[in-house]
Design a protein around this ligand. Structure first.
Ligand SMILES: C[S@@+](CC[C@H](N)C(=O)[O-])C[C@H]1O[C@@H](n2cnc3c(N)ncnc32)[C@H](O)[C@@H]1O
Length: 277
């Protein structure tokens, strides 16, 4: 005999299990969140009706959009992107699952804040895009600007497949480059106004990646954490740099390191740093 699962009963039973397992909902004013779901891995194996419940918080989304306001068109694109990311997160590690309840502030506002630092930039390149931060978020926000484009560079095939799907469903002006950053930079002939990276490598290595693009006129913006001072000290062993350091609008220890000019101090030393030795 076949055991037929009734979606609504499944919802009720799993809800009961989840409520039993987790403390009281800390976001009582959330509109579209199912209390009890704290981690996308809990959605694993659940039926489609269950997957419509998002582990992301509406309160967190409102806080993010207060920090980095966007048009309603951009918000709709970002909503579609977040839904896709939550679905894929059950199979592919795109972000730390523990950060999903703060996805809008930790990842989306963190990415959107870069736009204010390069307001004229239309052509962006995001190196090591992973799950799309900041590249896909920037592409969603730039979608209505004529001539805007974002290159998403990622060498992991699964993540590149996710990025392609994110670009498709958000109809954002981005293209995915499934390749190593070194190859992308070497082959890049199109104009790049701004190059970004988040959670990719220490500063002295990032500077080696972006040097050819910055020398052709791009601005580099790196989303960094509390170790940025130590990374800058190390980077100045290899590079002549005049960075501007901005505090993240999302608070905490986040910093943005901005570079308009990069020069090697010592060719051999810089090349060694680039290789990570
Ligand atoms: C820690 S993840 C960060 C992803 C995203 N930027 C974020 O902040 O969520 C780093 C990503 O860079 C990619 N990556 C690392 N080195 C790379 C390289 N040399 N070329 C292309 N992609 C690279 C990895 O595959 C990974 O997806």
């Amino acid at each position: 005999m076949f055991h037929v699962k009734h979606p609504q009963r499944e919802v009720a039973a799993t809800r009961q299990r989840a409520v039993g397992q987790w403390p009281t909902d800390p976001y009582p004013r959330r509109l579209n969140v199912w209390p009890g779901i704290r981690d996308a891995s809990m959605l694993d194996g659940m039926s489609a009706p269950l997957q419509k419940y998002s582990p992301c918080s509406a309160t967190d989304k409102a806080a993010a959009l207060a920090l980095t306001p966007v048009s309603s068109e951009t918000e709709a694109r970002l909503d579609a992107y977040v839904d896709l990311l939550v679905q894929w997160q059950t199979k592919t590690n795109l972000v730390a699952s523990s950060t999903l309840p703060q996805l809008w502030t930790r990842h989306i506002a963190d990415s959107l804040q870069l736009l204010a630092l390069a307001p004229q930039a239309k052509c962006w390149a995001d190196l090591g895009s992973g799950g799309g931060f900041p590249g896909v978020v920037l592409a969603c926000a730039l979608a209505d600007i004529e001539g805007a484009r974002v290159d998403l560079v990622e060498r992991n095939a699964k993540k590149a497949a996710f990025l392609r799907e994110a670009v498709r469903i958000t109809a954002s002006p981005a293209s995915v480059h499934l390749m190593d950053i070194g190859d992308y930079v070497d082959r890049s002939e199109d104009r790049i106004d701004c190059v970004t990276a988040r959670a990719l490598a220490p500063l002295q290595v990032l500077l080696g990646f972006v040097e050819p693009l910055v020398n052709k006129g791009a601005k580099a913006l790196f989303l960094k954490g509390q170790d940025v001072e130590a990374e800058l000290t190390e980077a100045t062993r290899y590079w002549n740099i005049e960075p501007r350091i901005h505090s993240s609008c999302t608070g905490g220890q986040g910093r943005i390191a901005e570079f308009d000019h990069i020069e090697r101090r010592d060719r051999r030393g810089a090349r060694q740093a680039w290789r990570g030795s």
